[in-house]
Ligand binder design. Structure first.
Ligand SMILES: [Zn+2]
Length: 198
């Protein structure tokens, strides 16, 4: 058994020992909101946004992007589970700004092993073989952080399955300070009144 596996199971044992009233929680989030954010290990939405178990939906992927799958989760979050406000939260120093589709496709064609970030950018150091299957994946990278928040809020706002009364807030989490910084243009685009339904 790997060290990580042992540690995770031990931590879970401790957690379950004091699980208490959490066993009575129901499926719909008590505080009726959802957060779409990046999978970056430095971000802990429960801590930076003050969440307890049962409070809110947290949907995470690389970059916190409004991918089809993120939208699938948000639609379920509202339609079946009644959330009323949504946050899109990207962050400073996001890895998604360090490469493009071309970059990662090239690295993967070379090998499947973990690449290295050098002064000259990403470099593949694996033995191979790689695969060209990444040609079919849109990695949703970005090179303008604020714009990426605006784009994702806009994409969600304009989705035909998203009701116009849900406000969508756009924020950037600063990994140096732990603070959430509003992207006013994103919040404007995401406001409940800003929709132009077709
Ligand atoms: Zn990130």
């Amino acid at each position: 058994m790997s060290d990580v596996l042992k540690e995770v199971l031990a931590a879970n044992e401790t957690y379950a020992e004091s699980f208490g009233e959490k066993s009575a929680l129901t499926i719909p989030p008590a505080r009726r909101f959802a957060v779409l954010t990046c999978m970056d290990a430095r971000l802990d939405p429960a801590k930076f946004a003050g969440l307890a178990e049962g409070d809110a939906h947290v949907i995470r992927n690389a970059g916190g992007r409004a991918s089809d799958d993120a939208i699938r989760s948000l639609v379920i979050s509202y339609k079946l589970l009644g959330t009323k406000e949504w946050f899109v939260i990207h962050h400073t120093d996001c890895g998604m700004e360090t490469f493009t589709n071309e970059t990662i496709r090239g690295l993967l064609e070379n090998s499947l092993e973990t690449a290295q970030l050098t002064e000259q950018g990403w470099k593949d150091v694996g033995q191979g073989p790689g695969s060209r299957a990444a040609r079919y994946i849109e990695f949703l990278t970005f090179n303008n952080l604020e714009q990426s928040v605006v784009d994702d809020v806009e994409r969600i706002r304009n989705h035909p399955l998203v009701p116009h009364e849900i406000p969508i807030y756009g924020y950037i989490y600063d990994v140096r300070s732990g603070r959430l910084i509003e992207v006013p243009e994103a919040t404007r685009v995401g406001s409940a009144a800003a929709t132009a339904h077709v």
